[in-house]
Design a protein around this ligand. Structure first.
Ligand code: GLU
Length: 510
């Protein structure tokens, strides 16, 4: 790697919520910057006013903040190369577009929408090799290559709308190296004369992106594979501006694929298969439609980051759980694969489970208490913490806790019919009554004492473990769910256990 200072940028367009692929781009940039003691810039690319979506910029900031991805410079915190929002830099781009006109690398084009439409139709009918505005047809169009200087000036002065197009060189090989994809060669005959500057006075993505990367001294451009087809144009723009020596290195990351590997992961896949594809919940400001988020689905940000890190990168070892600091240490672009990487919703849950079981019972209690409060349940932290300790192995999310522990907070109101059929025998009432009297006599309601009580009932009644434990679970929980029966009893306490046994005995009939 060259000695120059590492400066990377994340450059989202505020056209909607950030997809997990976008967060992964931000993450890889962040890891790369931190690993090389570099700087991370957040630039908002909002030159396409038609695609602007209200709230999208705030959504980006909130999402990345939730993930723990921090910026050194950017739209929200300023820095030496600001402003960091392209609409606020509007004035500077035109000069750069004009520079390219002067050097002969770009030209004014005055073609109307109708003229462009008829060009497209004509080229399609001819089955032309290149059906866009390019070297094949530019000399038949209304532009500064076909008009003389006076005609051009007249049109500009009289306010005829125009765009500035890049003059793509003819039949030239563009060579470049991508850190992930290696050497790439593209012939310019397959490329078109892209618009650099629009009739609304705004630059297009291509011009603004190159000018800003140059002015912001970006050393590495790490972005999604969908931008690879634009790279030949970008390389040619650097050359045309005479900035070749300042050109950043490029790394185009693989696509994030659907769980079955067939195509790019989309919001629709998430809706269909029941998993989020956005970091945070998003409400479409136009339609009001809600999309679920990883945060609201109960994912911890550390788990989310870990999941994203492995979507395209691997450490080359067996280790799967990485904190952000460990990721910074281990990350390298060389270990990012070329092939698209599948999003596996089950593995995502597994990651969250790993982080959940590592958290202390106290921390999980603080996360569970608000859920209980919503159900009007008020219990001490101590009680909730003991419950959490018993059930966390069975949960992927804090939101699973209720399902695993509701019986600690409320007595069963009904009993599972299948369980009754399976476990409730002629002599069950007698066995439960025997246990009840032992339970009533216990001074200290501890695990050990309960275990002794269970054993002595089994001995007295000359019966097997299942004959007592299955009915006990049924009267305590209402179903076959939950952790060990003795643990449940210890936590519920003598009075509650005895009440539930009595209620069970009088309500369950075979
Ligand atoms: N604004 C582009 C986007 O929305 C940035 C692409 C790039 O990183 O060059 O993805």
């Amino acid at each position: 790697m060259s000695q120059k200072e590492v400066r990377v940028r994340f450059a989202p367009s505020p056209t909607g919520p950030l997809h997990i692929g976008g967060v992964r781009t931000a993450l890889y940039n962040y890891l790369f910057a931190k690993k090389h003691n570099g700087s991370m810039v957040l630039r908002i690319e909002d030159t396409d006013q038609n695609r602007f979506v209200q709230g999208a910029e705030d959504y980006v900031l909130e999402s990345l903040n939730w993930c723990g991805i921090e910026f050194d410079e950017g739209v929200h915190k300023g820095g030496p190369y600001g402003p960091y929002k392209q609409s606020e830099r509007k004035e500077l781009y035109k000069g750069y577009a004009e520079k390219l006109i002067e050097s002969g690398d770009a030209y004014y084009a005055f073609d109307t929408t109708e003229e462009l439409e008829s060009l497209r139709k004509k080229l399609e009918t001819k089955k032309a090799a290149n059906t866009s505005y390019s070297s094949f047809c530019r000399m038949e169009m209304v532009n500064s290559l076909t008009l003389n200087d006076q005609e051009v000036q007249l049109k500009i002065d009289s306010g005829v709308p125009y765009v500035i197009r890049f003059k793509m060189p003819e039949n030239k090989e563009v060579r470049f190296t991508d850190i992930i994809r290696g050497d790439v060669v593209v012939n310019t005959s397959t490329l078109d004369d892209k618009v650099l500057f629009k009739s609304d006075g705004m630059p297009t993505y291509h011009l603004a992106n190159i000018v800003d990367d140059y002015l912001m001294k970006i050393s590495h451009v790490i972005r999604g594979e969908e931008w690879l087809p634009s790279l030949p144009l970008h390389v040619l723009l650097y050359k045309a501006f005479g900035w070749e020596n300042k050109m950043p290195q490029f790394a185009h990351m693989p696509l994030t694929l659907k769980p079955d590997g067939k195509g790019k992961l989309s919001k629709r896949d998430g809706d269909r298969l029941g998993f989020p594809v956005f970091p945070l919940e998003w409400k479409n400001p136009q339609s009001g439609e809600m999309s679920s988020g990883f945060r609201e689905s109960g994912y911890f940000p550390e788990a989310f980051i870990n999941i994203l890190a492995f979507l395209g990168w691997n450490p080359g070892t067996e280790q799967e759980i990485f904190s952000m600091d460990e990721l910074i240490q281990a990350f390298s672009l060389e270990r990012v694969g070329k092939a698209g990487s599948r999003f596996d919703p089950e593995k995502a849950k597994w990651y969250n489970h790993q982080y959940l079981i590592k958290k202390s019972n106290e921390e999980l209690t603080q996360l569970y208490q608000p859920i209980l409060k919503e159900k009007d349940i008020v219990c001490s932290d101590e009680y909730v913490s003991s419950i959490v300790g018993l059930i966390k192995e069975r949960a992927n999310f804090v939101t699973d806790f209720w399902e695993q522990s509701f019986f600690f907070f409320e007595a069963p109101v009904e009993y599972d019919a299948k369980m009754i059929k399976k476990g409730w025998k002629e002599n069950t009432t007698e066995i439960l009554n025997a246990f009840l009297s032992k339970s009533e006599g216990l001074e200290k309601y501890t695990f050990n004492n309960l275990e002794i009580a269970v054993k002595s009932v089994l001995e007295e009644k000359e019966t097997g473990m299942g004959q007592l434990m299955m009915p006990l679970r049924l009267v305590l929980v209402g179903s076959g769910k939950g952790p060990g029966v003795i643990e449940i009893m210890e936590l519920l306490g003598k009075e509650e256990v005895n009440n539930r046994i009595r209620t069970g005995i009088s309500n369950i009939k075979i």
